[in-house]
Design a protein around this ligand. Structure first.
Ligand code: RNT
Ligand code: ZN
Length: 431
């Protein structure tokens, strides 16, 4: 696809800026705000949730990556190179979200209850030299001790203990990352624990999970180094009937223990949107983490596309955190953003770029929302609110986005695809 001329990108932006200014929106300010929002890019899109453990087993925990597109990253260096390619095509400064199984163990078998910051030394050095923050996740799946689908809530004390130790070490690693990079690492705990068929006892596993998490979080860590998050889910493959760490479980847990609640867009009923949850949970929690994903029927992890749902999520993030809220409970940085999906059927670098660019585009659209829309609601004029909401969809926000990409030195429009294709031919197909 031909790239628009630089001069025309500038012209189109100036015209769009005028159009927005007439509606009381400062497009240049919106771009300055957008530039301050980091998105954490999930490492597991790069290799289909494989990781680098010696003798690493098959993907477990109900997670399924389908497809066999050539060229997936096989080593930490390949994964980092793929990240660099992706980040060069995404405007702004972002973060990298690692799972514990992506440590570098030097060919040795280091079990999950033995991992330590030294196994992430190269990641930390790389993040520092690329100006990236790091986020972290214990890996409570794809492991013999998780073979029956239970980890922190397991009925066997020894198995619980194993995963408690893994999660404790994960927090220490998160804190080491945050300390080294000068930006707090969000360490997010998700466990797959759940029942394929109707349980006779739902209560005891939940009591065990709460008690195990309390042990995991026992040691205080400075918030400037590590922030703990907990992530619930409705169901997974093989855990269709009951997930121990459900939404209600973690909502209560996060509120009572002052943890970040992680809302994953793919972890609810298909018509239930996390967009509507943001303003509620932020009444009771200082900060939350979003896993921006896209559920399709039974799969919670499709590449993020520019859906109504994504636009609604972005709109609520902006409206609740940097919009017009007069509430003293709503200071600025309260929603942390990460991507979470894995598609092995397309170029994996493209999958990162598509999802990240879509999320940023949706945030920009939200930042450009005309204030008249809210004024109409305040005045009780619901006709005008609806009319303005619909007209806002056709405002020239694409010109503002193109200008943003141009000024951030990343390809405008679909020009990034050419780079991904070239990289695929030169690098990926030789792997
Ligand atoms: C799984 C959760 C979790 C994982 C990653 C790999 O349903 O969404 O966040 O996707 O930990
Ligand atoms: Zn998730």
């Amino acid at each position: 696809m031909p790239t628009p001329k630089k001069k025309n990108i500038g012209r189109a932006f100036t015209l769009a800026q005028e159009r927005y200014a007439a509606l009381g929106v400062d497009a240049a300010r919106a771009l300055r705000q957008l530039a301050k929002i980091p998105v954490s890019l999930h490492c597991w899109q790069g290799d289909d949730v494989g990781g680098f453990e010696t003798g690493g087993g098959a993907l477990g925990g109900g997670l399924v990556a389908t497809g066999n597109h050539p060229g997936k990253a096989r080593t930490p260096d390949e994964l980092r190179a793929d990240y660099e390619k992706s980040l060069s095509l995404i405007p702004g400064r972002h973060r990298v979200n690692l799972h514990a199984m992506y440590g570098e163990f030097g060919g040795r078998r280091v079990d999950r209850d033995e991992i330590a910051p030294e196994h992430f030394r190269n990641w930390i050095a790389w993040a520092r030299s690329n100006g990236l923050g790091l986020d972290f996740n214990p890996t409570c799946f794809s492991h013999p001790q998780a073979a029956d689908g239970f980890t922190l809530s397991h009925r066997d004390r020894g198995i619980r203990q194993f995963w408690i130790e893994h999660c404790r070490r994960s927090r220490d690693i998160g804190a080491a990352m945050g300390r080294a990079l000068g930006t707090p690492c969000v360490t997010n705990v998700w466990v797959p624990d759940g029942f394929k068929d109707t349980p006779a006892d739902r209560q005891s596993p939940r009591e065990r999970l709460a008690a195990a998490l309390d042990e995991v979080f026992q040691k205080p860590l400075p918030a400037k180094h590590n922030l703990d998050a907990v992530e619930g889910k409705l169901f997974g493959i093989g855990a269709e009937s009951c997930t121990v760490g459900s939404h209600e479980f973690y909502l209560g847990y996060a509120i009572t223990r002052r943890k970040l609640l992680c809302l994953d867009a793919g972890h609810f009923h298909p018509t239930e949107s996390i967009a509507d949850k943001i303003s509620s949970v932020l009444l009771y929690l200082p900060e939350i983490l979003l896993h921006v994903s896209r559920g399709v029927r039974w799969d919670s992890d499709h590449v993020v596309t520019f859906t109504d749902e994504l636009q609604a999520i972005a709109r609520e993030i902006i409206a609740t955190t940097i919009g017009w809220s007069e509430s003293p409970l709503a200071p600025r940085r309260r929603v942390r953003l990460g991507l979470d999906y894995f598609d092995a059927s397309i170029n994996r670098i493209a999958a990162w770029v598509i999802g990240a660019r879509n999320l940023l585009r949706a945030l920009l659209l939200a930042l450009l929302e005309p204030p008249a829309l809210r004024a109409a609601e305040l005045a009780g004029d619901l006709t005008a609110r609806l009319a303005l909401q619909e007209e806002a969809r056709a405002l020239p926000f694409g010109a503002v986005w193109d200008f943003y990409c141009e000024t951030k030195g990343v390809p405008v429009g679909a020009a990034w695809l050419g780079e991904v294709k070239r990289h695929e031919r030169k690098i990926l197909l030789n792997r």
